[in-house]
Design a protein around this ligand. Sequence first.
Ligand SMILES: [Zn+2]
Length: 237
Amino acid sequence: MGAEKTESTEDGGNTAPPPGRAVSRRALLLGGTAAVGVGVYALAHDELGRLRWRIPGVVKKRKEGAVDARGVQWTAASSANWRRADRPDDYEIDRVVIHVVQGSYRTALKVFKDPGHGAAAHYVVRKDGHIAQMIRELDVAFHAGSRDMNERSVGIEHEGFVDKKESFTDAMYEASARLTAGICERYDIPVDRKHIIGHVEVEGTDHTDPGPHWDWERYLRLVRRERDRPARTKAPA
Ligand SMILES: [Zn+2]
């Protein structure tokens, strides 16, 4: 879970990012206004087009209650726990981050709806395989404790506890793998451990989830199986 209060400050909270991640990084490293000018000037024309949503009054149309995956149920997180974006146009999505709640499904939904929590994931998977979507994939969820990782990833929480192997049921693995396979398909993300990672693997984190009982080998096998399933025979989520 990306629960720490510090996360919103690490993430830069709700403040809009400077236009163009790569450009701002480079500018930051070079540390001069001249560098910023050159970087912005060098932005490709279509890249500027992608930043249109940042202009006040220009936002991508969203349908209330719309979800990104089949069979998931929409229940909104507090808008304080994520940032509006236009992924994958403004930020490329190339990671899926696996979390464990350290609590129940209900607890996860409750805290992600709490504006004071400062963190939330896109999805929460229940032990019976039911999945809630709380933040759209086009938006940046504050789940990984790292601004860079939040901008490039989709976060999936799993009901249960890192030290309880029995938290991770067959139904949970199956449903979560189906969800991750869909995400990998949507954004052309390779199904491997470099791109599907645990919160524990996010640089600089002090979180340990999903913990030693999460069966990565099994999970990746299931994700690959779902990915390779012909579309027409794909099990309904
Ligand atoms: Zn976590």
